[in-house]
Design a protein around this ligand. Structure first.
Ligand code: C5P
Length: 426
């Protein structure tokens, strides 16, 4: 992070607001500038003066405060923020945020800002578990709002359960620590495929597979954390778009092929995590095929092999494939590495609660002349390890060491109007 990150801290009405001065202190300790904005009910739980003292800035609350608006209007304040953190985020505020209300200063700021928004919910466990709250949180996550917590434990109301705000230290650390692999893929264009494809049989039926898209989405998050510009081409999945990632939704292998080829010329790296159909119906029936109590034959033809079409290009990016296998993992993966002319392949065994439609994965990664294991862990952790490995193996001049060396040697270059990633030459 930049040491002077400008954080707009929204404090809403909940007992966890008594921790807000401590949160401000911890954010400031880590080099942030903090502007506190309180809702009217937050002012009943914590004194604005305390927050002013620790942040060093007058607290804002009122959309109609002429003096404050004259100093920095709410739109300017929304622009000033590099990050908006709502902590504690009450059930009521989450509902207002999800509904897009602008009925007080904090809600209006959240609508008017282009900065990423994080919320740290805090409420009674029954309120948290309520379907209305869960639907609001899902809406917010879908829109790219980062939801931090809540934790489980004893609550102010005397109950025990999920609904405690993350502790200030944990919030400050997760917001202001540099992300894992920070800078490893800085400025590179990374294209990722994820999820299954659907191959239409007739207007109501299709062929597909069990891929959830979670691994590809995790790679997108990890590549973004590493500083890349990420374009994620995904088949039909029900996952929120990771913050800062450009998403392109497709349905069939043919559509995925077309989307990849629209962007691959710009890409330095392609990670093909999609479980693309191997076969597609030779023709799509225009009307629903009627059952007639007898077997039918479905004529299938090979779907386009996206990854192979990319590795056959004269000027190609570094290409990493995935191989999900039920048996002979190593032999199959090595075969694909060679046959598809990949630079690297991440193989995993399917089954035993691994790979498809689950939270964990474990990979064996092969490249010409080498291999390594990535131990079983949450998919995001596995994706981060894979990104670190890819960054090591990217050919010069993108190889990290070479880039760093060039940076040390090179005279300062004049700033470009639009930053462009260097292309891989092969
Ligand atoms: O399906 P298969 O095991 O051959 O997949 C290996 C790799 O090839 C994966 O990275 C997958 O995304 C990619 N692939 C593709 N187009 C296909 C089939 C697979 O890009 N039609």
């Amino acid at each position: 992070m930049t040491p002077q990150k400008r954080i707009l801290l929204g404090v809403t009405g909940g007992i966890a607001a008594y921790k807000s001065p401590d949160l401000v202190r911890r954010l400031v300790e880590r080099g942030a500038q903090v502007q506190v904005v309180m809702t009217a009910s937050a002012r009943r739980f914590v004194a604005p003066l305390a927050l002013q003292a620790v942040s060093g800035r007058p607290v804002r609350s009122d959309l109609w405060d002429e003096a404050a608006e004259a100093a920095m209007g709410h739109i300017e304040l929304a622009r000033w923020a590099e990050l908006v953190l709502i902590a504690p985020a009450s059930a009521d505020f989450l509902a207002r945020l999800a509904a897009g209300r602008a009925d007080d200063l904090l809600a209006a700021l959240c609508l008017a800002t282009e900065a990423p928004i994080c919320v740290a919910p805090a409420m009674n466990r029954v309120m948290w578990a309520h379907r209305a709250t869960q639907a609001n949180v899902a809406t917010l996550a879908e829109r790219g709002v980062r939801v931090l917590g809540p934790d489980s434990g004893p609550q102010a109301c005397g109950e025990v359960g999920l609904g405690r705000m993350w502790e200030p230290a944990k919030l400050a650390e997760s917001l202001l620590e540099p992300p894992p692999n920070a800078g490893l893929l800085q400025g590179l264009n990374v294209l990722i495929t994820a999820g299954p494809t659907r191959e239409r049989i007739d207007p109501v039926r299709y062929l597909t597979n069990r891929s959830s898209g979670k691994m590809g989405f995790a790679v997108a998050v990890a590549a973004r954390e590493a500083g890349a510009h990420v374009t994620l081409v995904c088949g039909p999945v029900s996952l929120p778009t990771p913050a800062g990632v450009t998403r392109i939704d497709v349905e069939s292998a043919r559509e995925m092929y077309a989307a990849v080829h629209r962007h691959v010329a710009e890409a330095d790296l392609l990670v093909a995590a999609a479980a693309v159909a191997d076969f597609q119906p030779r023709s799509v029936a225009e009307e629903k095929i009627k059952k007639q109590g007898v077997a039918i034959d479905l004529a299938l033809e090979p779907a386009p092999d996206i990854v192979k079409s990319v590795t056959e290009m004269a000027k190609r990016p570094f290409v990493v494939g995935f191989a999900a296998e039920t048996h002979d993992v190593e032999a199959n993966a090595r075969g694909k590495l060679k046959r598809k002319k990949l630079d690297m392949i991440a193989a995993n065994r399917v089954g035993d609660g691994l790979a498809f439609d689950c939270e964990d994965n474990a990979l064996t990664v092969f490249w010409p002349g080498g291999r390594t294991e990535i131990e079983r862990a949450a998919k995001l952790e596995v994706a981060r390890a894979l990104v670190a490995l890819i960054a090591k193996r990217l050919p010069p001049p993108q190889g990290v060491a070479r880039r760093a060396a060039r940076k040390r040697r090179a005279p300062p270059t004049p700033p470009r109007t639009r930053p462009r990633a260097r292309r891989i030459r092969r």
